[in-house]
Structure formats: structure tokens, C-alpha cells
Design a protein around this ligand. Structure first.
Ligand SMILES: *[C@@H]1O[C@H](CO)[C@@H](O)[C@H](O)[C@H]1NC(C)=O
Ligand SMILES: *[C@@H]1O[C@H](CO)[C@@H](O)[C@H](O)[C@H]1NC(C)=O
Ligand SMILES: *[C@@H]1O[C@H](CO)[C@@H](O)[C@H](O)[C@H]1NC(C)=O
Ligand SMILES: *[C@@H]1O[C@H](CO)[C@@H](O)[C@H](O)[C@H]1NC(C)=O
Ligand SMILES: *[C@@H]1O[C@H](CO)[C@@H](O)[C@H](O)[C@H]1NC(C)=O
Ligand SMILES: *[C@@H]1O[C@H](CO)[C@@H](O)[C@H](O)[C@H]1NC(C)=O
Ligand SMILES: *[C@@H]1O[C@H](CO)[C@@H](O)[C@H](O)[C@H]1NC(C)=O
Ligand SMILES: *[C@@H]1O[C@H](CO)[C@@H](O)[C@H](O)[C@H]1NC(C)=O
Ligand SMILES: *[C@@H]1O[C@H](CO)[C@@H](O)[C@H](O)[C@H]1NC(C)=O
Ligand SMILES: *[C@@H]1O[C@H](CO)[C@@H](O)[C@H](O)[C@H]1NC(C)=O
Length: 544
């Protein structure tokens, strides 16, 4: 029997203290001289206690749309001196009053009206002191106070309540920061500011007060969703689906959180509400690696569990992106953002994530929580294997063609001295010249385009266009010549015939190119076409 008693009297000290410790306790004594009540209403942060002969008034900040709520509870009747204590449990936002032997849970219920009664505001209040006052804040000592009719405990910065409008304001700040050009954002200071702001913002989201199970904030590039997990009953699995955004590259995404995630939470503390934060960022400005890799739809999704680092999950978190059909040469890869805190250099990393590629969706299964995205990786089969062979074939083909043209020109030149069909020979030679020019252009254009000088690039583009047009005109002239030879057999001689042909053959292309160039000189030169390129996914320049 004594042993049994001992066990009862000393229940596991750590557990008992932690789960039943309130964040704030206020005790005092009140001389109840008449039939009176407890009034619970909106007030400044964090708590104030006032005593009059008619009522004990307890005030605490209420949600914006409940600020007119006014709750009134009758106090027990035998008049006399009563000892009372007010308990504040922050995790479940519960205020409890113990008055003598009676317990009151102060919250919105049947005792509350939505409109504060006027009659109560009018009556003059007869102050009445509270005696034997003492209070304890979490982590501080029991402090005694002088007898007074009213007590007010102002908020410190960290227990200041966070309202929805504070979150919206912070979100618009972040939006503005992200709206900067990528070049400006690449600087370390902007990055650091963003990172700090994002962290502060997550802290705010962890505390923001709202009604219901979930709430989504944000209007512009960034949205944030808070999902509440009620204490005690952690869900089996948790699913979230984002709003559908038509016309975007990524229409929507869903998040499936495994129950094993909440097992971890459950072990830690039973009575505390937990929160899952989802960030939906539609801008890649602040997530640029050194190769400026591009992620699908510029969408980055952040998932976190407040106050818990989640890694090495046995069941993965499933993040599904719904998107348009991807280009054939592109493979999606699920990655997460990893940043070096000191240098602010970030990288996309795929460690711990597997990618399941679908037709119009991509599933990412990851064993940890952080900021995720889908990186566009070009499929290697075209890029690396085929491209090399194709360029070699192109080079050899152009080279053979150019050499053959030269040889034929010389051959025709010597032949033309002996033959009388001299005009035809000259036309052939001109056509071959044009073909030769085109071949040479093909051979050197890649080097011209990749040279840093824009003028060289422009000249190359001009020259390429000219030789292509020349080829066309001289082929046309060949056709005309054939016609002439067959139909106009007897009318063979024209004055300066070859000169006229040359004027047309070389002059028309020259005229076209000059016209286009002077119409707008930027018609030639570097022209960027975004092409998904290797893991970098950067755009390459295609020149015309
Ligand atoms: C709030 O939590 C405390 C202990 O942490 C518990 O005693 C109290 O009953 C809880 N209140 C509600 C309404 O769940
Ligand atoms: C309570 O108030 C009554 C009436 O004002 C007074 O007679 C009584 O002494 C008070 N009791 C204490 C303990 O202060
Ligand atoms: C005290 O007030 C309540 C309502 O405020 C009333 O129901 C009760 O009858 C009153 N008691 C006395 C003794 O006046
Ligand atoms: C306030 O106290 C005075 C006496 O000190 C008394 O005459 C008056 O009736 C009281 N007012 C109320 C509303 O109780
Ligand atoms: C009641 O208390 C308030 C604040 O402590 C004080 O300003 C006021 O003068 C007091 N009224 C009476 C009648 O004691
Ligand atoms: C405080 O409480 C003690 C008993 O717990 C009592 O003796 C003392 O008179 C009280 N002090 C005042 C100011 O009421
Ligand atoms: C502070 O200590 C006194 C004496 O031990 C006790 O009566 C009082 O209830 C304590 N105050 C609080 C707020 O617990
Ligand atoms: C969010 O709350 C709404 C109602 O307020 C509910 O219909 C919806 O299922 C909730 N979503 C999640 C993920 O809990
Ligand atoms: C950037 O690209 C280069 C060459 O493709 C590659 O070696 C390097 O690992 C890439 N860096 C990052 C951070 O992806
Ligand atoms: C996860 O596992 C890896 C190796 O298996 C280990 O290095 C890492 O520290 C673990 N992370 C956490 C948070 O447990």
C-alpha cells in the first residue's frame, strides 16, 4: 500500500509538468459584496484583469470579426472572499478561470452575445481591489504584486498576436522583393533580405490566428496556406489541392502528406496544435543557381511542418504537378532548393526525391520537406549522341560540296575556252560560285555566331542570306537558260547577255538583303530562341 501511494504521488515528473504547464497564471483574491459576474471581452494584447463590485472583467485580443463579442458568466452566490486564478494555455489558445471551486472555460459559447450590451457600458463602475496578487509567466518566477483594482500584462514582441492582415502585408512585401529583375536579385544582399523575410514570414504563419482548419493568403506571385492539425487526433493522411490556374504552364499541384509525418509530431507533444505551411511561389527570381536553370512553370512549392525538421521519412511526401504536355526533348526532374547560408549560393538538388513522369503530370516523391520544383532537363539522346554525328556529317557534306564546286568551276573554265556554248558555261560557273559561297557560309556560320562580337555575327547573317538568295536566283537563271536553248534556238544572240544575267543573279539578292538591312538593321544578328539545354536549361542563341 505505501508503495502504491508513492507511485501515485510522483507521476512521471517530466511529462506531467510539460503537458499541464500553462503559459501564464494569475492568482488573486476578490471580496464579493454583491451578485456579480465574469465578463470576457476583446482587449489589447495580451491580457488584462479588472475588478469592480459588479464584475470581474478579463480581456484578451479577439479575432477581427469577433471584437464585439461579449461573454458573461454568473459567479457563485454565497457572498464573501473568493480566491481565483486565471490560466492561459497558449498552444490551444485556452483561457481558464478557477473561481473558488467553480471552473470557467472562457471562450465563445452560449454565454456570449455578438453585441456588447449598452446598459453595461453606461453604469458607473465601483472599483474594488484584488488582494494577494501574484503571477507566473512561463519560465519566470512567482511574482507578487500590490493590491489594485486592475492589472494589465502587455505583450512582448514574441507573444504579440499575429493577425491575417499582418500576414497579407508581409506577403506583399515578399511579392515586391521577388518582382525585381533577376539581374538585380542575383546580388547577395537582396537574396539575404529575401531569405530573412521568408523566415520571418514562416514564423508569422506559424502563429497567425484564424478560424477554421485552413487558410490561404496572398493575391500575387506568392500564396501561403496554413493547415491546422488539431491536437490529439493527427490525421491518417493529409491531402491538399491548390487552386487551378488556367493558362499557366503548371495548372495546379497537390500535396499528400503521409501519416508517418504526424507520428513524429504525436510523439513530441500531445496537446499542442501543429501546422503545415505550404508556400506556392510563382516566380523563380529568388531561386537562381549559377547556371540559371529553369524550373517548370517558374513554380516553386515550399512545404514545412512548424517547429519540426522533417527528413528521412519512411513514406514519402507526394507532390504532384499538373501541367501541359512537355516538349519531347525534355525530361522533368524533381529537385529541391539547397542554399549555403554563408555564401547565399543555392543549388537544385534531387537527393531523396524520385520523379514519376506522366503525360500531363509529374509526381515527386521526397523523403523530406523543403522548397521543391520540377527542373527541365533535356533528354540526352538527341543532345549528346546524335548532335555530334550530325555536325560531323554536315561538315563533311559541306566540305565535299565546296571542293566539288571549286573543281567544277576550274574544269568549266578550261573547257569554256574550247567550246562555243560559252554563255551556258558562264552561267554554270556563277551558279557554282553561289553554291560555293553557301557552303563556306555553313562551315563558318557557327563560329561566327558564337563569337562575342555582335557585328561579326550580323555580317555573318547578312552574308548567309545573300548567298542563299544568290543560289536561288542563279538556279532560276539556269532554268531560263535551258528554256532559251530549247525554244529560242535560232535567236541566239543578245547584247551583253551575260552582263544582264549577272546583274539579275547577283543584284537581286544584294538588293533584297540591303533593303531588309536598312529597313531595320537588327533584322540580322543575334536572335535568342529559348532552347532547353542540359541540366542548365539555359537559352541558347540561334543566329539568322
Ligand atoms: C488546453 O491544454 C491544456 C494543457 O495543455 C489542457 O489542460 C486543456 O484542457 C486544454 N484545453 C482545451 C480546450 O483543449
Ligand atoms: C468585504 O466587503 C465587505 C463589505 O464592503 C466588508 O464588510 C468585508 O470586511 C470585506 N471582507 C474582506 C475580507 O475584505
Ligand atoms: C444574481 O443575478 C442573476 C442574473 O444575473 C440572477 O439570475 C440571480 O437571481 C441573482 N441572484 C440574486 C440573489 O440576486
Ligand atoms: C458605488 O459605491 C458607492 C459607495 O461607495 C455607492 O453609493 C454606489 O451605489 C455604488 N455604485 C454601484 C453601481 O454599485
Ligand atoms: C477606478 O480605477 C481607475 C483606474 O485604476 C481610476 O482611474 C478611478 O479613479 C477609480 N475610480 C474610483 C471611484 O476609485
Ligand atoms: C493574503 O492572504 C493571507 C492568507 O493566505 C491573509 O492572511 C492576508 O491577510 C491576505 N492579504 C491581504 C492584503 O488580504
Ligand atoms: C505564488 O506563491 C504563493 C505562495 O506560495 C501562492 O500562494 C500563489 O498561488 C503563487 N502564485 C501563482 C500565480 O501561482
Ligand atoms: C480547408 O477548409 C475548407 C473549408 O473551410 C475545406 O472544405 C477544405 O477541405 C479544407 N482543406 C484542407 C486541405 O483541409
Ligand atoms: C552548371 O553547368 C556545368 C556545366 O554544364 C556543370 O558542370 C555544373 O555542375 C552546373 N552547376 C550547377 C549548380 O548545376
Ligand atoms: C538522414 O539520414 C542520413 C543518412 O542516412 C543522415 O546523414 C542524416 O543525418 C539523416 N538526417 C536526419 C535529419 O535524421
Amino acid at each position: 500500500m505505501p508503495l502504491f501511494f508513492l507511485l501515485l504521488l510522483s507521476p512521471l515528473p517530466g511529462l506531467a509538468e510539460r503537458s499541464h504547464q500553462e503559459d501564464f497564471r494569475f492568482c488573486g483574491e476578490r471580496n464579493q459584496t454583491e451578485n456579480s459576474s465574469v465578463i470576457y471581452e476583446h482587449g489589447p494584447p495580451t491580457i488584462s484583469i479588472e475588478n469592480t463590485a459588479q464584475a470581474l472583467i478579463i480581456k484578451r485580443p479577439f479575432l477581427p470579426n469577433h471584437r464585439n463579442t461579449y461573454c458573461k458568466y454568473n459567479l457563485p452566490l454565497p457572498l464573501g472572499r473568493y480566491r481565483f486564478c486565471v490560466y492561459w494555455f497558449k498552444p490551444n489558445m485556452t483561457l481558464k478561470l478557477v473561481y473558488g471551486k467553480q471552473h470557467f472555460l472562457l471562450r465563445k459559447d452560449l454565454s456570449c452575445n455578438n453585441i456588447r450590451s449598452k446598459e453595461n457600458q453606461k453604469t458607473e463602475k465601483n472599483n474594488s481591489s484584488i488582494f494577494n496578487v501574484s503571477y507566473i509567466m512561463k519560465g519566470t518566477k512567482n511574482t507578487s504584486l500590490e493590491s489594485r483594482p486592475d492589472f494589465f500584462f502587455p505583450a512582448t514582441p514574441e507573444n504579440m498576436p499575429v493577425w491575417e492582415e499582418d500576414v497579407e502585408k508581409e506577403l506583399s512585401d515578399l511579392d515586391r522583393l521577388m518582382g525585381r529583375s533577376p539581374a538585380a536579385a542575383a546580388g547577395a544582399p537582396v537574396h539575404r533580405t529575401f531569405r530573412n523575410k521568408l523566415q520571418e514570414f514562416e514564423k508569422k504563419l506559424a502563429k497567425v490566428e484564424f478560424e477554421g482548419q485552413n487558410r490561404t493568403f496572398g493575391q500575387a506571385a506568392m500564396h501561403a496556406t496554413v493547415l491546422r492539425i488539431e491536437p490529439g487526433h493527427a490525421p491518417q493522411d493529409m491531402a491538399f489541392a491548390s487552386q487551378r490556374e488556367e493558362g499557366k504552364e503548371v495548372h495546379s499541384f497537390t500535396v499528400d502528406l503521409p501519416s508517418s509525418l504526424f507520428m513524429k509530431v504525436k510523439d513530441k507533444e500531445d496537446m499542442v496544435e501543429h501546422r503545415v505551411l505550404l508556400m506556392d511561389i510563382n516566380s523563380q527570381t529568388m531561386f537562381q543557381d549559377e547556371n540559371s536553370s529553369r524550373v517548370l512553370g517558374d513554380k516553386v512549392v515550399g512545404i514545412s511542418l512548424v517547429d519540426t525538421v522533417v527528413a528521412n521519412l519512411s513514406d514519402p511526401v507526394v507532390l504532384t504537378f499538373f501541367h501541359n504536355q512537355l516538349p519531347r526533348n525534355v525530361t522533368p526532374l524533381c529537385v529541391f532548393w539547397q542554399e549555403d547560408a554563408t555564401t547565399n549560393v543555392g543549388n537544385w538538388n534531387s537527393y531523396g526525391c524520385t520523379t514519376v513522369k506522366g503525360d500531363k503530370r509529374t509526381d515527386c516523391r521526397c523523403n523530406h520537406l523543403t522548397y521543391f520544383a520540377v527542373l527541365m532537363v533535356s533528354s540526352p539522346e538527341i543532345t549528346y549522341i546524335h548532335r555530334a554525328y550530325l555536325s560531323i556529317i554536315t561538315y563533311i557534306g559541306c566540305l565535299i560540296s565546296a571542293l566539288a564546286s571549286i573543281c567544277t568551276i576550274f574544269f568549266l573554265y578550261f573547257r569554256s575556252k574550247q567550246r562555243d556554248q560559252i554563255t551556258s558555261m558562264h552561267i554554270h560557273m556563277n551558279l557554282l560560285c553561289a553554291i560555293f559561297l553557301l557552303d563556306i557560309n555553313f562551315l563558318i556560320s557557327e563560329h561566327l555566331a558564337s563569337s562575342s562580337s555582335e557585328a561579326t555575327c550580323r555580317a555573318g547573317g547578312l552574308f548567309l542570306h545573300f548567298s542563299l538568295l544568290s543560289c536561288l536566283t542563279w538556279m532560276g537563271i539556269e532554268g531560263y537558260n535551258l528554256y532559251r536553248l530549247v525554244i529560242e534556238v535560232f535567236n541566239a544572240y543578245h547584247n551583253h547577255f551575260l552582263l544582264k544575267l549577272c546583274l539579275v543573279g547577283w543584284g537581286v539578292p544584294f538588293f533584297c538583303v540591303t533593303l531588309i538591312f536598312f529597313a531595320n538593321w537588327t533584322n540580322y544578328g543575334p536572335f535568342s530562341i529559348p532552347v532547353y539545354e542540359s541540366i542548365g536549361g539555359k537559352s541558347t542563341n540561334a543566329t539568322m
